[in-house]
Write a protein of this length. Sequence first.
Length: 230
Amino acid sequence: MVKLIKSFIAIALVISSILIAPSLAFSQGSSSPQPPAGAVVTLDGKALFTIQKKSLSSSPERRAQTIKERITAFADDRSIPIDSLWTKDIEDSILVGAGDKILIYVSDEDAKLVGKSRQELTKQYLQTIKDAVLQYREERSTRSLVLAAIYAVVATIALILAIVIWQWKGGASRINAWLNSQRYTRIPSIRIQNFELLSADRITDLCIWLVGLIRSIVALIILYAYFSFV
């Protein structure tokens, strides 16, 4: 009976060791150091790729921010075509640029961290930048056209309303009519002793002329503002 119990315990220990060993190996493997999370490079809030390696004294975050600013400047400058993107090998890195501007450099360390060759990672970055900038420009072109159309409609409505209000509230004709009605009552002549410098008629006509001039100036200002706005 004792031998049977000992045999049972021995078998249990063997089975336990077989089951526990893989678990320990897995836990040890999972605790191995992982590559740093890095900093994401974005364009207009959209993620492009992640920078994991620092550059000299710049942290991954600072490096990602610099790359973001360069790509954004390239995207905003429509004088630099999409096809002007280029790459250039220098020692252990590959430069990616547009026109005469450098956007990013891809080093062997960058590629090693993501398990790719330097050339493969550069090709991926290049295509990502190209697609993102193209979409960025297209979205802003469409948005600009829509906003321009809205501005034109609003400006036209404002112009029509200004003209209607100007006429509805009397405008120059009613002012002129009122001036004529006051020609010999509230509008006196200007005299120095017995010498008449300006008669009431002349003053009234001058006021009517000034009203017409002001009306023309206002109309020109409205038209100028309209065409400038549109």
